[in-house]
Design a protein around this ligand. Structure first.
Ligand SMILES: [Zn+2]
Ligand SMILES: [Zn+2]
Length: 114
């Protein structure tokens, strides 16, 4: 617990900044502000990992791919006729999303050139 050095009132922990990412200790009486040493609950939540992640060896990327839809398309590497499909948004440009394929058999990944 911290107190205002100006008027002695108890400082209130107040979120500040974008999405409350920063925490300040604010005096409700005179408006005195000091940055809190405590981490914002928003940031703490982001850093927190789900407990299952340390147990499961499968990476996040692979786990996501498992849930991807498949399409009938020929793999340029092995000729398999099934591949996972997903879209990747190109950031920072006006380009539309690019379609990616990943062979269900050999794991070869390629993008669609239209
Ligand atoms: Zn004060
Ligand atoms: Zn393949």
């Amino acid at each position: 617990m911290e107190f205002c050095p100006k008027c002695g009132m108890r400082l209130i922990l107040t979120p500040k900044g974008k999405g409350g990412s920063k925490l300040v200790l604010k005096c409700p009486n005179c408006g005195y502000e000091v940055r809190s040493k405590k981490t914002s609950p928003v940031i703490a939540k982001r850093m927190e990992k789900p407990p299952t992640e340390s147990v499961v060896v499968i990476g996040e990327k692979e786990a996501k791919i498992k849930t991807l839809p498949t399409v009938k398309v020929e793999c340029p590497a092995c000729g398999n006729m099934e591949a996972y499909v997903w879209l990747v948004q190109t950031r920072g440009t006006d380009e539309s999303s690019t379609q990616f394929f990943r062979c269900t058999k050999c794991g070869f990944t390629w993008r669609e050139y239209s």
